[in-house]
Design a protein around this ligand. Structure first.
Ligand SMILES: *Cc1c(COP(=O)(O)O)cnc(C)c1O
Length: 371
């Protein structure tokens, strides 16, 4: 160990052992590495249509004000969200991406004496925020790749301070039905905060029938997180939010940095909420692409996990890394999911029709060339 390495011993124990989140490979990086020019990225569940026109116009109109600090309370965006969901503004916490909300809830509620329950194959940020504050992760085995709510409930004790559930789940795309989910939330002790991560909720059909927001009135320990990164096409701006009881939102807002959302993000998100057409297009392109890609899997004799999101996990029945790398060499970036204990699967984000075709063509070539 050299001298500089000694600094690791000074980090808090949770951080010493922390394995950082691996993001999808950026297009520019692959360009630099392989000198390719035509690259498609279907790795991070971003919106293949890009941001909507209204969001772009709002960004343009806001540029002139960039010398000023943003509104630290995000008044306009909160007002728009409050109206959309029929909640009070004091029930909303704005985050620099919904990932920040996940971190805020961990920082506000966890110490090393507490436990956090989440599922096997659940979103990779849950173990990270848990470990960073030195709390103990308790992982319940998955059921058919999705959440096993009974197995999760069995692991809840008086030491459990947080439970994370992603619905739909990333990376598996599995969806819980609302009756079971509510029964689970109801069964939780009131000493345990339930985080319901709905990053992909816009892609789930029939929103009105399955309104988790109505639960907020009944469960003051419920935190619903949502984002502008996926269906709204604003991942690069970093804006997400939490919906909860006013008391829980108050706690999160105490630990939040005063200007955590930048001015362009606030303006673009507010405008994006008014762009029903872009959202509708996004949902339709996703549904068509999902059918197209899964049809392609079928023709290739591959199995996949039915997905309620804008991505799909395909089972290659062989180690996925060589296939991932062969796809990279053809300029197609997808997502390996070995860190999720799924070494034989790849996660594919649904792209535009052209991107989906290029992906399937590349996959067909790679699988037939015996990598
Ligand atoms: C993408 C994602 C998020 C959050 O993304 P942000 O860009 O930070 O809003 C949260 N949860 C899940 C399950 C996701 O896949």
């Amino acid at each position: 160990m050299n001298n500089a390495d000694k600094i690791y011993d000074l980090a808090v124990p949770g951080v010493q052992k922390l394995i950082p989140y691996t993001p999808g490979k950026p297009i520019e990086e692959l360009e630099r590495e392989l000198g390719l020019t035509q690259i498609i990225k279907l790795a991070s569940n971003e919106n293949p249509l890009g941001p909507g026109k209204k969001a772009l116009a709002a960004i343009q109109a806001t540029l002139k004000d960039l010398a000023l600090y943003p509104d630290g309370n995000g008044f306009n965006l909160k007002q728009a969200l409050a109206k959309k969901y029929a909640v009070e503004m004091n029930q909303i916490t704005l985050g620099n991406g919904s990932n920040e909300i996940l971190e805020l809830v961990a920082r506000a509620f966890l110490t090393p004496e507490f436990e956090v329950v989440f599922s096997q194959h659940a979103f990779a940020v849950y173990p990270i925020v848990t470990q960073a504050v030195g709390a103990t992760a308790v992982v319940a085995p998955a059921l058919n790749y999705g959440h096993d709510l009974d197995a999760m409930l069995q692991r809840v004790t008086d030491k459990t301070r947080l439970v994370f559930i992603a619905n739909p789940n990333n990376p598996t795309g599995t969806l819980l039905d609302h009756a079971s989910l509510e029964a689970f939330i109801q069964a939780l002790p009131d000493t345990c905060v339930c985080v319901l991560d709905e990053a992909y909720c816009e892609f789930v059909g029939d929103q009105s029938a399955d309104n988790s927001i109505a639960w907020l009135e009944k469960y003051p320990n419920l935190l619903i997180t949502r984002t502008f990164s996926k269906a709204y096409g604003l991942a690069g701006l970093r804006v997400g939010y939490g919906l909860s009881s006013p008391q829980l939102a108050d706690i999160l807002n105490r630990v939040r940095q005063p200007f955590n959302n930048n001015m362009l993000a606030l303006a673009a998100a507010e405008a994006a909420l008014t762009d029903a057409e872009h959202l509708q297009n996004t949902i339709e392109v996703n549904a068509q692409g999902m059918r197209f890609i899964t049809e392609g899997f079928k023709k290739l004799g591959l199995e996949w996990i039915p997905s309620a999101g804008n991505f799909v996990l395909v089972d290659l029945k062989q180690p996925a890394m060589p296939i991932y790398e062969a796809l990279l060499r053809k300029g197609v970036i997808v997502r390996p999911v070995g860190v999720y204990e799924l070494p034989n699967h790849l996660r594919i984000t649904i792209g535009t029709q052209t991107e989906n075709q290029l992906f399937l063509q590349a996959l067909t070539e790679v699988l037939s060339s015996n990598v």
